[in-house]
Design a protein around this ligand. Structure first.
Ligand code: LLP
Length: 457
């Protein structure tokens, strides 16, 4: 077995009493992230890819504690913006103090704003081993204009994609990467212009499942072919690494199976073949998704047509995935589960049939279809529709599972709504990792009579 830790942590496996007490201590809505679970996920994946370099895709969850935890485990940090690079360099510096060179940090520039390039090239002077991955010849020109001739990786567009939703498929989308047919020419040109060409990269999509293994194999074969061709064509040492991106899917529904990591690893190795370069992977979701939950409080319950309409204080501004991708996240009523001193799980159908024929919990709460929605003025602001759960009551604490990846990261201030707080737990320890935003935080950047000093942009 890869590691002792279970491949999936279901929402039912979380300690309901502990989660409910966190809402009491830190308020609602609240993101909770379990760092020990992040380590378990890292170790399981690293065991399946023993000779690969593992970069963590920071965009999944950029909290400093997460970056430090994964860097201490041995992960590099793959960044999508200058802001992420700034966080990554700080985390790499502080987690063990050994990486003062930037060697563990990659910046994947997609249509990079000038401000980002300026910042990263400036940082490169202090961290000369930083790697910049470019997906367009324009980006190479813009780096050259700024005097950059450091480590360069080319992102290619392999024309094959995969993923859990159209909006997260990237392997054939026009905006990502240089068409793979043009890659050799672009790399030869970059090398001639003095860049230190170190790698090729592609990321075909996010949330790739085991049934998309054939697409994955076909894509990695193309990367292997390209790498061999580049190594034959380029003068010098050839490629250091072939980065096949992230995308390792995790189950969101109880009936979904976890990814077969050993099968993915075997397919990757086999498809890459005898390439003389290191394999690099850069998963995000896999490490953090089931390490996080979002806690939210019920504030409104009413009978609607055919469903119980339940209002909670988290919304699409707190967790965007259901609204944006129709993503299904598990939901558990912690208060109902803790009633009567028991910690029975409400989300796994462990309810009893009552005499009236309907199902109830041990303490007599009926199991009813309910639509759980947030406070945002949009009909898409809904976490679930007609889901069977113990009848919610005002002030109940609910937990929304698998919220550790792309949860807080996609939160926003629409409707002038401050973003929630985040706590990390690590064994018995609990720490406020990010305070709740205030109304002032939302308003402060504005320039007006009350705020005349916000000239800097
Ligand atoms: N590398 C690159 C270049 C990427 O663009 C991404 C994700 C990753 C790695 C990591 O992918 P992962 O292992 O996390 O699947 N917001 C969406 C996901 C968007 C992913 C964007 N790129 C969601 O919530 O499903």
């Amino acid at each position: 077995k890869l590691t002792e830790s279970p491949a999936v942590r279901r929402l039912a496996d979380w300690d309901a009493a502990r989660l409910e007490s966190l809402v009491g201590d830190y308020g609602s809505p609240l993101y909770v992230l379990d760092l020990e679970r992040v380590r378990e996920n890292y170790r399981r994946l690293a065991a399946a890819f023993p000779d690969a370099e593992i970069m963590y895709a920071v965009k999944a969850n950029a909290l400093g504690d997460v970056l430090e935890t994964l860097h201490e485990e041995g992960a590099g940090l793959e960044c999508a913006s200058a802001g992420e690079v700034k966080r990554a360099l700080a985390a790499a510096d502080s987690s063990d103090g050994s990486d003062a060179s930037g060697a563990d940090v990659h910046y994947t520039a997609v249509n990079p704003p000038a401000r980002d390039l300026d910042w990263v090239v400036n940082a490169w002077e202090e961290y000369p081993e930083l790697t910049i991955t470019v997906g367009a010849e324009d980006t190479i020109d813009r780096l050259e204009e700024r005097g950059y001739d450091g480590r360069l990786c080319l992102r290619v567009n392999p024309g094959i994609d995969a993923g859990h939703h159209e909006k997260v498929k990237t392997g054939a989308a026009a905006k990502f990467g240089v068409p793979i047919e043009r890659a050799v020419d672009v790399l030869v040109d970059a090398a001639e212009r003095g860049f230190d060409v170190v790698g090729i990269h592609a990321h075909v999509g996010s949330g790739v499942s085991s049934d998309q293994l054939d697409d994955h194999r076909a894509f990695v074969e193309r990367m292997g072919d390209l790498a061999r061709e580049v190594n034959e064509t380029l003068d010098g040492d050839g490629l250091e690494f072939v980065d096949v991106g992230g995308g390792f899917g995790v189950p969101y529904r109880d009936d979904e199976e976890p990814l077969d990591l050993e099968a993915v690893a075997a397919a990757t190795r086999e498809a890459l073949g005898d390439v003389d370069a290191r394999l690099t992977i850069e998963p995000g979701r896999y490490f953090v998704a089931d390490a996080g939950v979002l806690l939210t409080e019920v504030n409104t319950v009413k009978e609607a047509r055919d469903t119980l309409a339940v209002g909670v204080d988290a919304g699409m501004t707190t967790l965007l995935r259901p609204a944006m991708y129709d993503a299904s996240h598990p939901i558990r009523n912690l208060t109902a589960d803790l009633e009567g001193g028991s910690d029975s799980d409400s989300s796994d159908g462990s309810a009893d049939s009552s005499d009236e024929g309907g199902e109830t919990t041990d303490t007599g709460r009926e199991i009813v279809p309910q639509t759980i929605a947030g406070p945002i003025c949009e009909s898409g602001d809904v976490f679930c529709t007609d889901r069977q759960l113990p009848a919610s009551r005002r002030t109940d604490a609910l937990a929304i599972g698998n919220a550790g990846a792309y949860g807080y990261e996609m939160a926003n201030q629409y409707n002038s709504r401050p973003r929630p707080a985040s706590v990390v737990v690590d064994g018995d320890a609990v720490r406020l990792a990010r305070r709740r935003e205030t109304f002032d935080d939302v308003i402060r950047p504005e320039t007006n009579a009350a705020n005349p000093t916000n000239a800097a942009n």
